[in-house]
Design a protein around this ligand. Structure first.
Ligand SMILES: Cc1cc2nc3c(=O)[nH]c(=O)nc-3n(C[C@H](O)[C@H](O)[C@H](O)COP(=O)(O)O)c2cc1C
Length: 381
């Protein structure tokens, strides 16, 4: 199977390529009665779209989504939801001289190795443009988890290059903080630490001047998630979330909780200690005093906020010459002429939120269908 679908009970299938006529997503499994309109989709699509600020690519892709099916009079009908986004600003000529060259860091060589044919005009199926329809599906998932259990997913930029934001309580970060600075201006880098945000923007501008690009880390936090979501073995919540994030372009690492930092701790330092609040009896509410475990234990949600991070590489396309080889194996130079983001992080945030919401919607439906009920309530309820 070619892997164009993701999820079990909330299942998302995408089709489309960056230089074709557009993208489609089909969302299967969304229950009836969820409030949904094209205006709802537009909010997150605007956060993902190119041309939104001076620190992202200047490509002008309006990304207007059209709901083709599955919604009637503003409510989901319970049947498959199809969403279409047409491509509008493809410039195939920008790609003509890289037709036979393997761009460093891109999927050109691996696509040729796999298919023997590739659409050189912009990455074809590997293009990050594919994530536009995933973001649309993510809006459906966000609405479903919000209306079902009060779930909320917020992502932000935690690091650009070596500039690391200070975020004392990831679960307290609001969408407003991510999108707006205290003075009301747009927070173009989507970092909630205002001082670091300004430094990150400056760094990205310097990197762009130097005809280069830079990577970073996005942090995604899901709150309101009840304890008990996730399957015990292969479909652990942490495994599905990792797959969801790794399925996004340019992701080189995923961690949750304290992640790789756990390697240097003793068990006595790392364990998050349980406590029950005062209500007692069947109302007992169990939480942990700290959240190094990142909201999942045994791959099942603990009721604490789910905290994930994804390391995103620097954009591969560079407006400077680099050495490579062509399809015949001959040494050539390549320089990308198209318009590219000097840093992928600000536009990556809504993509990552979408994928996390899709996984949570899926596991919520799987949990609901299983007839199980949570024995205890947690922070999330
Ligand atoms: C928001 C976003 C935008 C992207 N835009 C570009 C781009 O303009 N140029 C580029 O070289 N790579 C871009 N990428 C990354 C490539 O799609 C990706 O690196 C490439 O397909 C190879 O896949 P891999 O990095 O996952 O191995 C983007 C990624 C994201 C998340």
């Amino acid at each position: 199977m070619p892997g164009d679908s993701f999820g079990h009970s909330f299942r998302v299938t995408t089709a489309g390529e960056s230089h074709g006529s557009g993208y489609v997503v089909i969302v299967d499994g969304c229950p009836p009665g969820v409030v949904l309109s094209e205006t709802d989709l537009a909010v997150d699509l605007a956060r993902r779209r190119p041309g939104q600020s001076s620190i992202v690519t200047s490509r002008d892709e309006p990304d207007e989504a059209e709901i083709l099916s599955g919604v009637f009079e503003g409510l989901t009908t319970g049947t498959s939801i199809a969403i279409l986004i047409r491509n509008r600003d493809q410039r195939s000529r920008d790609y003509a001289d890289i037709k036979d060259k393997y761009r460093p860091g891109h999927a050109d060589f691996t696509y040729d190795a796999k298919y023997g044919i590739r659409d050189y005009r912009g990455g074809g199926r590997s293009s990050a443009r594919e994530t536009s329809v995933r973001v649309a599906a993510g809006v459906v998932a966000k609405k479903l988890i919000a209306s079902s259990f009060g779930g909320r997913v917020v992502g932000y930029v935690r690091q650009v290059g070596s500039i690391v934001a200070e975020v004392k309580d990831p679960a307290a970060v609001t969408l407003e903080q991510v999108e707006r600075l205290p003075d009301g201006e747009a927070n173009v880098i989507r970092c909630p630490d205002v001082e670091r945000a300004a430094e990150m923007v400056e760094l990205i501008e310097q990197v762009r001047e130097a005809r280069d690009s830079i990577g970073g880390v996005a942090e995604i936090v899901a709150t309101g998630v009840p304890p008990g979501l996730g399957e015990p073995v292969f479909d652990k919540l942490k495994a599905d979330l990792a797959k969801a994030l790794f399925s996004l372009p340019a992701v080189l690492g995923v961690e949750y909780g304290i992640g790789f930092a756990a390697a240097v701790l003793r068990g006595s330092e790392n364990n998050d200690l349980f406590y029950a609040d005062g209500r007692g009896g069947s109302e007992v509410r169990i939480s942990t005093r700290s959240n190094r475990h990142g909201g999942m234990l045994g791959g099942i949600s603990s009721g604490m906020p789910i905290v994930l991070r994804a390391a995103v590489k620097p954009t591969s396309s560079l407006p400077q010459e680099q050495e490579t080889v062509d399809r015949k194996g001959e040494a050539v130079k390549v320089r990308t002429k198209g318009r590219h983001d000097p840093c992928l992080l600000p536009r990556f945030v809504p993509m990552a939120e979408a994928m996390v919401a899709i996984v949570l919607a899926d596991h919520w439906l799987r949990w609901s269908a299983s007839g199980r009920t949570t024995r205890v309530s947690g922070e999330g309820e």
